[in-house]
Ligand binder design. Sequence first.
Ligand code: ZN
Length: 109
Amino acid sequence: MATRKQRNKKGGAPAAPSPESVKKEKEKARVLRDSVWWQNLLAKGECNYCGQTFAKKDLTMDHIVPLSRGGKSTKGNVVVACQPCNSDKKYYTAAELILKNRMDSKINF
Ligand SMILES: [Zn+2]
């Protein structure tokens, strides 16, 4: 019964998510979008990034850690984002965005 799938492990770098797991997380995101939890967030209409209020149709589901970076479609990893913020964010992670913003303004450690 045991299926043996062994892949060569490359030490160091985190493994990129497999296309199957990304597909699975996209499916989970679709389910999450239909949840009461998400609908309530949309009803509030507040963008997680800029804090402004938008109409439901202008809001998107944003993954804090992108699926392409191994992020999951869980309540802790998805937030409401307006379209400008979502497209501005592109593929950066939240931590990188914070850093980026600091670099753009004067770095002050
Ligand atoms: Zn926004």
